[in-house]
Design a protein. Structure first.
Length: 225
């Protein structure tokens, strides 16, 4: 029998997920498109920052399965889950939770360091003027090196999605519709129409804070010589 399909992922989680996919792809493409696309690279990076910070905040105040306290497990619990034969349940499994946390951490680090980075020619992040050139150079090296780890993690994520699709679990569709089949739905919290206004208020507050920081940031650009 097919498992019952239940609402798991709320609308803010789904919208944030797909906007983040677009923002990360845009950041990567505009980085390699050349200096003429640097302004768009900055915009995509700022979008990544906003989305990641929103998802972190939503991980504490969002609906049931969006909360870190619900799906993040201790290492011992993860090992026990693996020993039990990786049983299915609603929401992220323990390994998926580790992937979510790692992805958010690396993306946050990438976006934050990008604010202060420079290319040692003429382009720099919007907060370059708040740090010394030497510190900016160190953050720039981290920004470049962290890209490799991000690409590795994204590749692993895509491989996991492909594996689940091969096993008949359409997790991509679940992240579009919010509904997922589960062998254990006892902990599912139904939230039809839940908290979109709260999500918009949080996103608006974060965007306003970032806009204020950008307005207050001093002008600065790396020296050509």
């Amino acid at each position: 029998m097919q498992p019952e399909r239940t609402v798991v992922w709320d609308l803010p989680v789904r919208v944030a997920h797909w906007l983040l996919v677009l923002a990360v792809a845009g950041s990567w493409l505009t980085h390699y498109a050349g200096p003429a696309w640097f302004a768009w690279h900055r915009r995509c990076g700022l979008a990544v920052l906003l989305i990641v910070v929103f998802r972190i905040v939503w991980g504490f105040v969002g609906t049931h399965h969006a909360r870190f306290a619900v799906f993040v497990r201790a290492p011992r619990a993860t090992v026990e889950w693996l020993r039990a034969g990786s049983p299915r349940g609603a929401g992220h499994n323990p390994l998926g939770a580790l992937s979510v946390v790692a992805m958010l951490a690396l993306l946050l680090a990438q976006a934050v360091t990008g604010l202060f980075a420079n290319d040692e020619i003429a382009s720099a992040g919007p907060f370059y003027g708040w740090v010394s050139h030497e510190l900016s150079n160190r953050l720039s090296r981290f920004h470049r090196g962290n890209e490799t780890w991000l690409l590795v993690l994204i590749a692993l994520h895509l491989a996991a999605v492909g594996w689940y699709a091969f096993r008949g679990r359409q997790i991509v569709r679940a992240m579009i519709t919010g509904r997922a089949g589960s062998a254990d739905t006892s902990d599912v919290e139904f939230h039809a129409g839940a908290t979109p206004r709260r999500a918009l208020a949080i996103a608006g507050a974060l965007a306003a804070a970032l806009a204020l920081a950008l307005w207050l940031a001093p002008d600065g650009a790396p020296a050509l010589f």
